[in-house]
Design a protein around this ligand. Sequence first.
Ligand SMILES: Cc1ncc(COP(=O)(O)O)c(/C=N/[C@H](C(=O)O)[C@@H](O)C(C)C)c1O
Length: 387
Amino acid sequence: GYFGEYGGQIIPPELKVAMDKISDAYETVRQTRAFQDELQELYTHYVGRPSPIYFAKKLTERQGGARIFIKREDLNHTGAHKINHCLGQALLAKFMGKTKVIAETGAGQHGVAMATACALVGLPCEIHMGVIDIEKEHPNVTKMKILGATLIPVTRGTQTLKDAVDSAFDEYVKDPDNFLYAIGSAVGPHPFPKMVRDFQMIIGKESREQFLAREKKLPDMIVACVGGGSNSIGMFTEFLPDESVRLVGVEPAGKGLDTPDNAATMTLGTKGTLHGYKCYALQDKDGNTLPVYSIASGLDYPGVGPQHCYLKDMGRVQYESATDQECLDAFITLSRVEGIIPALESAHAVAYAMRAAKELGKDKTILVNLSGRGDKDADFVADYLNL
Ligand SMILES: Cc1ncc(COP(=O)(O)O)c(/C=N/[C@H](C(=O)O)[C@@H](O)C(C)C)c1O
């Protein structure tokens, strides 16, 4: 369960037993035809995969440089990439005879995706969400209730994502035999980073095939936003052996890297432990997690997945950042130039791609992973910008 020195299971022994049971069940289930066929069937007819790759012609012309392509994970059922691993985890819970699935959410996309998958497989679903995020991501909160999930408002700490993870984990440890903790990103103790990555790898598998079929060559650069790291690792993994493909993860610089109001873990973090695994984390000199911020609820997480930490040290992935302002500019530009309203999280990747397109030549190509759609953010942005 390690990626170099990162990852592992920094958890109490009794939890290790539960984690190893999940890992064993997962490694068994994933090999069976029944599981693979059911997941593929749902990807095709329920999620609507493969998601298209769209050539953003007008945005390309506006930037005047590299050609920009967009992988449309925003078109998945529930509106983001999260459904890819939520379906996998819900099927796994069913296979293991679990009686309840527990998850955390920040942007609400993971919560909606988990509530959707549990409704489909017929399992009770409990979602822990910080009250700050409940307020901000209200459309997703309503959907979780309609889908039959139990929403647990989290009032501890900063009342955002990290606290939701802590709260969800506290509930899970009450009965790890009957509950499955379905973490929302490629983070947490082994096996979660590997399991979530495996389920998200469908993004990169499709993209490599689609791009080669269309362009007869690989993209020069692939860009994805990084919160915990699931949509990005899902896109990047297939391309890791392709040295010619530059891989860029974009984190939130929030109000600026020179302010405490950001969540640029890979730029400002140090080696530490968070939520049961070793990673880079935004922490003080005593190892206490620092409060983080981003205009995008899905990115304001003080850690990052262990495989990303390994890829950073290996120099295979470049980690950049985009400020709230750049994110909002990209959000509005993509909406008004291409008619695609991105999630605020995904807009961080668009912001970097718009910047990079100008620097790369017209003969170069950039593939952006649009991890989700912006319906959940529309009211917030409209108010923020006085539209
Ligand atoms: C549309 C969209 N794009 C990117 C992200 C960042 O999560 P990663 O892909 O795991 O880095 C997110 C993260 N959303 C989670 C959520 O919806 O609950 C997040 O807040 C937590 C699960 C980590 C997202 O919603």
